[in-house]
Structure formats: structure tokens, C-alpha cells
Design a protein around this ligand. Structure first.
Ligand code: HEC
Length: 194
């Protein structure tokens, strides 16, 4: 993992510490995988601001201006030392996965999709939303979901951790959800929606 990934992962945790709602980690839209060790916390905060520029979460970024670069570095180093990371979470990638993997066949977002399972309109999601709680709910719903997926798709949907993280970001992001339309549903899934 590059320093940048560690820092963006830690930044996510800091945001949760500070009581902010979900912060999509800095750099998520730039590919996020280049090995770039030269990222100051200013760049990181700038990245977070950019990611939030087009949707109105009303985060108090000014509050971060009062934390010195040094204190921010020490806090991030501390969190990285703790050794737990949250991956970059990208709601645009999550949107694509939500359609490609077929979640859309059974879960409505912004009026698009099937109604076999519960709806995932971002506006109705808990705020702040706990990504792990979403995963735990998925686990509880797994027996029914897996049976239905095997029935409808012939197999169970496979996801890795990064893909789940991106899907959680999409489920929480009203801005990203407002851009989806029924045309994006892959043809093989369209006919399965009752
Ligand atoms: C074939 C239909 C189907 C597909 C496809 C499907 N789900 Fe579900 N899902 C369901 C049903 C039905 C439930 C409710 C299960 C229950 O209550 O036991 C559910 C429940 C859930 C829950 C728990 C919701 C709650 O309120 O407790 C989550 C989270 C979830 N699904 C996420 C996903 C994600 C993410 C995908 C795509 C990777 C997906 N589902 C694909 C049918 C589906």
C-alpha cells in the first residue's frame, strides 16, 4: 500500500473520529493507486473538498483549517500505526458495480430498479451511515439473497472488499444516485425486473 493510500485510508478514519459523515477518501477519482509519497495533508484536504464539490453534504471543511499540518500528520501516523484501514470509497465506481453486478435487479435507487429487496435511496439511509452496519445487514439478508440470485442469475454475486466499499459509497451518495437512469441497466438484467 502506498503512503497516499495509507493516508487517505487514515483520513477517512479521522473524518469519522471528527463526527463528519462519510468522507470519500481523497484521490479516489484520480485512480488512487499511483505510488506518490509526496502528498501533504493540504493536498489530501483539497482532494476531499474536490470530491465533495458537486454534492451538498454541507461538511464543515473550515473546521479542518484549524488543525496544524503537524498535528494532522501525527494523527494520521497514529491511525496508520493502529493498523486498520478503510479503502478509498468511490461512489462512481460503486454506481457501475451496482448495475453490473445486478443489485439493481432487486434494490431500487432513486426510483430505478426492482423492488424485490429493500430500497437503497440515499436520502433514506441512516446519517451518518456506518459502512460495516450495511455489510452486517447484507450478511443477515444473505440466505434469502443468495437463494434468489442463484434462482434468477444462476449464481451468487461475487464481491471483493474494494467493490463492496464502492457500493456502500454509492448507496450513501444522493448526488451519484440522482444521475442514474433505467437505460444503464444491462440488457441481461432488464428482463429480470418484474
Ligand atoms: C435477486 C435479488 C437480489 C439481488 C440481486 C441483491 N439483493 Fe440484496 N436483498 C434481496 C432481498 C430479497 C433482501 C431481503 C432479505 C431478507 O430480508 O432476508 C435483500 C437484502 C439486502 C440487504 C439488507 C437490507 C436491510 O434493510 O436489512 C443489503 C444490505 C443488500 N441486500 C445488499 C445488496 C447488494 C449490495 C447487492 C448487489 C451486490 C444485492 N443486495 C443484490 C434481494 C437481492
Amino acid at each position: 500500500m502506498s503512503t497516499k493510500e495509507l493516508y487517505t485510508a487514515a483520513a477517512f478514519t479521522v473524518a469519522l473520529f471528527l463526527g463528519a459523515s462519510v468522507v470519500l477518501a481523497a484521490g479516489a477519482h484520480s485512480g488512487g493507486h499511483e505510488d506518490d509519497d509526496d502528498h501533504s495533508t493540504d493536498d489530501m484536504l483539497e482532494g476531499m473538498r474536490e470530491l465533495h464539490a458537486d454534492h451538498d453534504h454541507g461538511h464543515d471543511f473550515a473546521a479542518m483549517d484549524h488543525i496544524s499540518e503537524d498535528d494532522m500528520h501525527r494523527t494520521l501516523d497514529f491511525l496508520v500505526d493502529v493498523g486498520l484501514v478503510v479503502p478509498n470509497m468511490d461512489s462512481q465506481r460503486g454506481a457501475e458495480l451496482f448495475f453490473e453486478k445486478g443489485c439493481i435487479v432487486c434494490h431500487v435507487v432513486n426510483g430505478v430498479g426492482g423492488e424485490i429487496g429493500p430500497s437503497f435511496n440515499a436520502a433514506d439511509m441512516p446519517h451518518p451511515m456506518n459502512a460495516f452496519e450495511f455489510a452486517a445487514r447484507m450478511w443477515r439478508g444473505a440466505p434469502a439473497m443468495v437463494a434468489m440470485q442463484e434462482d434468477l442469475f444462476g449464481e451468487m454475486i461475487q464481491l471483493d472488499g474494494q467493490q463492496l466499499a464502492d457500493i456502500v459509497a454509492f448507496v450513501h451518495d444522493e448526488g451519484a444516485q440522482s444521475e442514474v437512469s433505467a437505460d444503464q441497466i444491462p440488457a441481461n438484467f432488464r428482463d429480470l425486473i418484474p
